[in-house]
Design a protein around this ligand. Structure first.
Ligand code: GLY
Length: 369
């Protein structure tokens, strides 16, 4: 797709899909489908890495997903094809292959997905060895009666479903960064556990200040949500989680209502940033409920961020002004195709959007800005 999807091309693509469906129905001796003008303009929204990574190809996540949605593919399949680009790109140290590992140097991945029209969902957590956890999450959704598989069970399921399971998803870069972190926090091997947690966080902050870790990759993640012209809404979130986490730690990403929530009749919301703050308030669910009550995506997102702010009272999580010191972002689209990206902190980071006007990076609306 060219940078700007030409409006004429976009309309023609939709018309061509309608014509193809009608021709097929006529050939099968059925009544022709009636072309109903669509009220919703398709949109795909994601975290900023959804329009930076290409994994050596020529399209980003949001471009790929949008193109597939407009061509009539299932919305969730289109979004997952988009985030696969980021999961497989070794340059993104926050997602999939080459994601920053846990404190033991092991890459553990979390993901979930929700299909609005089908009212189905699936997720995996602490999954090791599979580069594309979003596809395993979809397999949980499609092939099981369950919503969440974790750890060895998730890996066993993935193997049985035919996914390649690798011994190690580190790249040279993620392993080198882990070694650097380890050297900083564990020079004498065993510190007081409380000090160790404090030093671990400080060492990571220092690595961000030194430009070794992209601050956006500390909590990592891509969330990607989309809607097609039939107002069918879906979403997917996938991550390597918090860098250097305690092995087994699961964040918000694979948890329905936290890292992602989709109600096919209302809207979709998903997150990146400090998962623990989001888990406490199940903010994606909260945002969708606020939209159900009539709020615009931006106002619904702000409501959730205000809740996070009110719930953050521990001193270790506050800055000198008494405000939350961590980052948390939400990507939101409603049933009308209106969208917003909201962030707790003022930030130069941008989120990604693709509409019929093409892909772009857009500034967040921030609560503390
Ligand atoms: N939001 C990603 C995580 O906290 O794991």
């Amino acid at each position: 797709m060219t940078k700007k999807l030409n409006r004429r091309q976009f309309v023609l693509t939709g018309a061509a899909a309608g014509l193809a469906a009608t021709t097929a129905r006529l050939a099968a001796g059925q009544a022709p489908t009636v072309y109903v003008p669509r009220a919703v303009k398709p949109v795909v929204i994601s975290s900023g890495n959804g329009h930076t990574r290409k994994n050596g190809g020529d399209k980003t996540c949001v471009e790929t997903a949008f193109e597939k949605i407009v061509a009539g593919e299932d919305v969730l399949d289109a979004l997952i094809a988009g985030v696969n680009i980021v999961e497989l790109d070794p340059k993104d140290t926050s997602v999939g292959y080459g994601g920053l590992p846990n404190a033991d140097g092991v890459v553990q991945l979390d993901s979930c997905c929700m299909h609005g029209p089908k009212k189905q969902a699936g997720g995996v957590a602490a999954l090791e060895g599979v580069r594309t956890p979003s596809r395993v999450a979809r397999a949980v959704m499609k092939q099981t009666d369950h919503h969440l598989l974790v750890g060895k069970g998730a890996q066993h399921f993935a193997r049985n479903m035919g996914f390649e399971v690798e011994d190690d998803l580190n790249t040279d870069r993620s392993r080198k960064l882990w070694l650097d972190w380890k050297r900083r926090i564990d020079p004498a091997h065993y510190l007081d556990p409380l000090k160790r947690e404090k030093y671990g966080y400080e060492a990571a902050q220092q690595m961000m200040r030194e430009g070794l870790i992209d601050p956006e990759h500390f909590w990592g993640t891509i969330n990607c949500n989309g809607i097609n012209a039939n107002a069918e809404l879906c979403g997917v979130t996938t991550t390597s989680g918090l860098a250097w986490k305690i092995p087994g730690r699961v964040g918000d990403s694979p948890i329905l209502g936290a890292g992602l929530y989709v109600d096919g009749e209302v809207g979709a919301a998903g997150s990146t940033g400090r998962g623990e703050a989001n888990l406490y308030g199940l903010c994606s669910f909260l945002i969708v409920e606020e939209m159900r009550r009539g709020k615009h995506p931006k106002d619904a997102g702000m409501e959730a961020l205000k809740r996070v702010r009110a719930n953050t009272i521990e001193k270790r999580l506050l800055n000198d002004q008494g405000e939350p010191s961590f980052g948390l972002n939400f990507y939101i689209v409603d049933k009308q195709g209106r969208y917003a990206g909201v962030s707790l902190q003022p930030t130069d980071a941008r989120y990604a959007v693709c509409t019929e006007d093409g892909p772009e990076h857009v500034a967040f609306d921030s609560l503390l800005g």
